[in-house]
Design a protein around this ligand. Structure first.
Ligand SMILES: [Zn+2]
Length: 58
C-alpha cells in the first residue's frame, strides 16, 4: 500500500484552493472542520467510500 493512499486533494468551497485531506486521521463517523490554508475559512469534511468533499461551514 502506498503512503499516499489516504491523502485526497479537494477544492476549498470558499476560494477553490487545493486542500489536502488525510483520511487516515479521520474516523469513519467523523466530519471534522478544517481551515483552508489559503483563505482560512472553515469547511466540514464529508467523506464516504473514499469520496471526499468540503462543505462550507459559514
Ligand atoms: Zn479557501
Amino acid at each position: 500500500m502506498s503512503d499516499d493512499e489516504d491523502e485526497v486533494v479537494v477544492s476549498c468551497p470558499h476560494c477553490g484552493a487545493d486542500t489536502v485531506i488525510d483520511l487516515a486521521s479521520i474516523a469513519p463517523t467523523e466530519e471534522p472542520i478544517v481551515d483552508c490554508m489559503v483563505c482560512c475559512r472553515p469547511s466540514r469534511v464529508r467523506h464516504s467510500d473514499g469520496d471526499v468533499e468540503l462543505i462550507s461551514e459559514e
